[in-house]
Ligand binder design. Sequence first.
Ligand SMILES: O=P(O)(O)OC[C@H]1O[C@H](O)[C@H](O)[C@@H](O)[C@@H]1O
Length: 448
Amino acid sequence: MGNIVFDDSRAAGFVSAEEMDNMKATVLCAKDVLMNKTGAGNDFLGWIDLPVNYDKKEFQEIKAAAEKIQIDSDVLLVVGIGGSYLGARAAIEFLSHSFYNVLPKGKRKTPEIYFVGNSISSKYIQDLKDVLEGKDFSVNIISKSGTTTEPAIAFRVFKDLLIEKYGREEANKRIYATTDKAKGALKNLADQEGYQTFVVPDDVGGRFSVLTAVGLLPIAVSGADIDKLMEGAAAAREEAVNAPYESNGALRYAAVRNILLRKGKTVEIVANYEPSLHYVSEWWKQLFGESEGKDQRGIFPAAVDLTTDLHSMGQFIQDGSRIMFETVLNVEESPAEILLKEEEVDTDGMNYLAGKSVDFVNKSAMNGTILAHSDGDVPNLMVNIPDQDEFSLGQLFYFFEYACGVSGYILGVNPFNQPGVESYKKNMFALLGKPGFEKEREELLKRL
Ligand SMILES: O=P(O)(O)OC[C@H]1O[C@H](O)[C@H](O)[C@@H](O)[C@@H]1O
């Protein structure tokens, strides 16, 4: 089990060793603010110690619930949005078979897993109902507030479907609610109906909650090893909290991205070369976007899947406005080896690759791209991920969370709130005619 390694050496042409040294005092100060809990948003720092100080009893209950779902369900529906969605999806897609849900029975021993409540699409909901026909299913509704529109709507639909199929009593045994420990609409409903509940701790915000029941229950249902995930996170915590600046990946990442921002690099593109990292990038986008994008500041977090997007976005990255830097997620050891064969007639001109592995081609594309983008004035950072497994992913989650907390404090914002997301909700509630929004509704209708 190796450690993930942050490598800023390829950005040397853009950020000098001296600049990194000069940033040290600022970074250590931001780290102190985080660790001493003296900064803005300091009531949301429960994630810092989670990997070494989590509720062991609940952890066992998560495993037991996951086993029950594995036994009595062909399908698990995971209902949630934002931080109550992306971590679980990121982990399941990174750790599972690329075609997990459509593997024939026998090849996959755990339930199909579908995510819903992350949009307001009628078609998506309808199509998912079709998938459930004739299948036993359970629902994990995840919402810290318990009042978010998207998951609440989807939950209504699938709760009804469960009741229709199993009757109320059995349906209630197939609903698992992950929410606030004491308050909120979902907690009240869960208590009333007797759903098994899991806790989103008060001091852990949604986008930092993947290592709580929010992420752990769905991840455990997929068959992934949640102990290893926590162990990985604990290893990353050890480095982040204790390693000196010079060899502390999370601190150096926080430093270098703030230096680059001050040089006008206002966009960070996370680039992966494995499709199964797509949702890790989506999770990362929420983590940094909601944490840093406020007070008219921040780096815009973007993501590309490569080599796919080299054939679409590649042109812009190489040659468009020079506003970006790139952070490459590099899975060092592919879990699969496919060797290319020689063909009798070399029609496509690929025979020169005979005997080479597909991963060698992928890595060559990656290394070539890093050099090309650097030559095109796009500073490149790298996160090397030794294996595509739970231990590495736990490290990766924690590495980014810690770097995000430090980076947000360097930027001078509160990294742990998200006041901006309320504006669209207010308008949507007014247009929907929600009681209490009458005045706003009148104003808005005039503008439409
Ligand atoms: O878990 P919930 O309360 O349903 O919230 C789900 C998500 O929606 C909100 O609008 C926030 O922007 C996110 O930070 C949050 O993760």
